[in-house]
Design a protein around this ligand. Structure first.
Ligand SMILES: Cc1cc2nc3c(=O)[nH]c(=O)nc-3n(C[C@H](O)[C@H](O)[C@H](O)COP(=O)(O)OP(=O)(O)OC[C@H]3O[C@@H](n4cnc5c(N)ncnc54)[C@H](O)[C@@H]3O)c2cc1C
Ligand code: SF4
Ligand code: SF4
Length: 627
């Protein structure tokens, strides 16, 4: 490649003048870029539920402090804008303040000389438009709609609100058993989450402002790998109340654990022969060894939770019978039926659902994949689990057909890269068209329709549309459909449980089903397929609200004290990531693929934590350093 300089000879000028030149960023632009970076890092490490008016004002102030002062709109206007917004926050603003803010911002936007002024004004205009209700609530009622319940950024993004700085500090002190006990206070599946949690907590870690997020999940893994077994805390005296939990997945078992510790007798009804739900029958053992899942389940069962295995509620026993027999019922049946492609020959021999395939592996009865060509349809984490399991079952070739672009897949990037490293081939922009069958109705090929990227849809990704290209006939023996799961809601709908038109159980954020007294519901069956930690959070919320419904307000004491922060400098330092077995070796078996952190890595990682429970946001209401 070479750069073409266009030259132009001006009349009367002796020399050529170039009309193209390399641009060097202006000073103001450099300052604004730096501001964005600071702001981006700060926003990324804000606790959930921050007030948007407050955040926006902070940005205006930041820009104002960077103003070079050359132009009036920026030098004076931004100051006025900041004052008006301060009035809003302080409750001294009047009804006319909001239009005045808009007018001021608009005129700065149109007249400021550089990006510092007009970008600050643009953000204000955008905030007033998008968070108008927040501005109005401040002006009219002196009330903030920001729903920040806890100021610690990582904790506010963990659905179960695990005490992260607490357990990280315990790991730093080598108190691993206490660290696990502290996690159990909010999440009775520390081991399962140490292996498979999608760790939303890390996205907003405040350490992002310094270098990189703390490896919170890996520290949990280190704690569970090094902790001694410890008995559950002593339960409250028996209340005589009986509770039925339907479904022994993470949500049901979480509710069971806390309710049992509160002194109620819980009986879990599970239609399969083992507990764990999708953690056991979906997530492959190369990501979570089954015996490690049993560590969590055995701890929960040690509290005295009873289990009735092999009982399908709705057929073996009815909802009405359970409601009569128990003081409260928690419904957490997950999402276990497969979504259909609705294409020709979908019921052919050789076509199966992801749920069926993974369940058979979970039951130690894997389907025959040796030497087969497999097409996996889907682009989520479940599709990756299916593809990588197919490789381990000895498939000759594994394709992953996805109707959007690879970068639009909902699977975690590490999962996609892992599948590719293990030999799976991703066919992006191919939608399923039909299954080709032989005379015995056996699948012999998958027909795929080429797609092209179309208009951006509500998910923010280009929607796939048929491309003007011929259908691709991909020879294969097996097709595994991994495009999502539905909920088996019908028997519950028939029993009067309200269900949405998408077939989910209708319960509030508090897990309460308003229409049916004494029945609560949460987890995947309410949200649709989600994550382990979200279903655990629902189980915890259900336990507290069932306890209140029964007329109690039990507090649980796990007896762990959190260490005081060490007063050491936290100098910038890289994040330690976990490593994996080599692809060529790990794809031969279902053994665990991820290694834990080493002792030195865990210690260094734990000491990187800024202890936001005490300092920074932790000094706000709800933090440990509250003033
Ligand atoms: C392949 C796969 C991989 C996944 N990977 C991850 C991951 O890496 N990280 C992550 O966070 N999440 C992952 N998930 C999602 C996660 O497993 C689920 O969100 C979570 O298990 C939901 O918990 P739950 O308790 O709501 O339901 P489930 O785990 O589905 O449990 C419901 C239980 O109810 C039982 N049941 C159903 N109907 C009845 C009935 N009528 N009577 C009695 N019992 C009944 C079921 O047998 C089951 O045991 C994955 C899911 C799948 C399918
Ligand atoms: S359970 Fe998940 S989200 Fe919560 S602290 Fe652990 S890794 Fe983070
Ligand atoms: S630095 Fe520590 S306390 Fe602060 S957000 Fe990150 S993990 Fe949480």
């Amino acid at each position: 490649m070479f750069f073409v300089r266009i030259q132009y000879k001006y009349k009367g000028l002796k020399e050529f003048m170039s009309i193209l030149k390399l641009e060097t960023p202006q000073k103001s632009q450099q300052a604004v870029d730096a501001l964005y970076q600071v702001l981006e890092n700060r926003l990324a490490s804000n606790p959930a539920g921050m007030c948007p008016v407050d955040t926006c004002l902070a940005f205006v102030r930041l820009c104002h402090s960077q103003s070079c002062g050359k132009c009036v709109p920026c030098r004076v206007g931004l100051g006025q804008l900041a004052q008006l917004m301060e009035d809003v926050l302080e409750g001294t603003a009047k009804a006319e303040t909001l239009p005045l803010i808009e007018k001021t911002a608009e005129s700065i936007y149109l007249t400021a000389d550089c990006a510092i002024g007009y970008e600050a004004a643009r953000i204000v205009l955008k905030s007033v438009k998008e968070f108008r209700d927040d501005f109005i609530a401040h002006i009219k009622e002196g009330r903030c709609l920001g729903n920040m319940r806890g100021p610690i950024p990582c904790v506010s993004f963990c659905p179960a609100k695990v005490d992260i700085p607490g357990y990280v500090a315990l790991v730093a002190e080598g108190r691993y058993t206490d660290a696990v006990q502290l996690i159990r206070k909010d999440n009775p599946f520390p081991t399962a989450c140490a292996f498979v949690c999608e760790h939303p907590c890390e996205n907003n870690c405040r350490r992002n402002m310094v270098d990189d997020a703390i490896n919170i999940r890996a520290l949990k893994r280190y704690a569970v790998d090094h902790a001694e077994p410890k008995a559950a805390p002593e339960a409250h005296p028996a209340t005589g109340k009986q509770i039925a939990v339907i479904g022994g997945g993470p949500s049901g078992m979480t509710a069971a654990y806390y309710l049992q510790l509160m002194g109620h007798q819980v009986t879990v009804y599970e239609r399969l022969n083992q507990l764990g739900g999708m953690i056991r029958y979906g997530i492959p053992s190369y990501r979570l060894p089954r015996e490690r899942l049993d560590d969590d389940l055995n701890h929960i069962l040690s509290t005295g939770v009873q289990v009735k295995y092999g009982v399908n509620v709705g057929t073996d026993v009815t909802m009405d019978e359970l409601r009569k027999q128990y003081d409260a019922v928690y419904l957490s049946i997950g999402a276990h039926t497969d979504k259909k492609l609705r294409i020709e020959n979908e019921n052919a021999e050789g076509v199966m659902s992801a749920v069926e395939m993974l369940r058979r592996i979970g039951e130690n009865n894997p389907p025959e994949f040796k030497g087969k060509k497999v097409v996996v349809v889907g682009g989520g984490n479940v599709a990756m689990d299916v593809a990588r399991s197919s490789v381990r079952l000895g498939a000759e070739k594994v394709y992953i057909a996805y109707r959007r672009r690879k970068k639009d897949m909902t699977a975690l990037p590490d999962e996609v890269e892992g599948a590719i490293a293990e030999g799976c081939e991703v066919l992006e922009m191919y939608a399923p068209d039909s299954v080709k069958v032989d005379e015995n109705n056996r699948c012999v090929a998958m027909n795929l329709r080429p797609q092209m990227a179309g208009a951006i849809d509500r998910s923010g990704r280009p929607s796939p549309v048929d491309a003007p290209a011929p259908v691709l006939e991909l020879e294969c023996d097996l097709v595994v459909v991994a495009i999502g799961q539905n909920i088996q809601y019908q028997v519950f709908a028939d029993a009067g449980i309200p269900c949405s038109k998408w077939g989910t159980i209708e319960a509030g954020d508090d897990t309460v089903i308003q229409e049916v007294d004494g029945v609560f519901s949460g987890g995947d069956c309410v949200t649709g397929p989600a994550t382990v930690i979200r279903s655990i959070a629902a189980g915890k919320v259900a336990a507290v609200n069932i306890d209140a419904y029964l007329g109690y307000q039990h507090e649980l004491d796990f007896g762990v004290t959190v260490p005081e922060p060490e007063l050491i400098d936290r100098t910038p330092c890289g994040r330690c990531n976990t490593k994996e077995r080599e692809a060529c070796e790990r794809k031969q078996d279902f053994e665990m693929i991820e290694f834990g952190l080493s002792d030195a890595e865990a210690k260094q990682e734990a000491l990187r934590c800024l202890r936001c429970d005490k300092y920074g946001p932790g000094s706000l209401k709800g933090g440990r350093g509250q003033w």
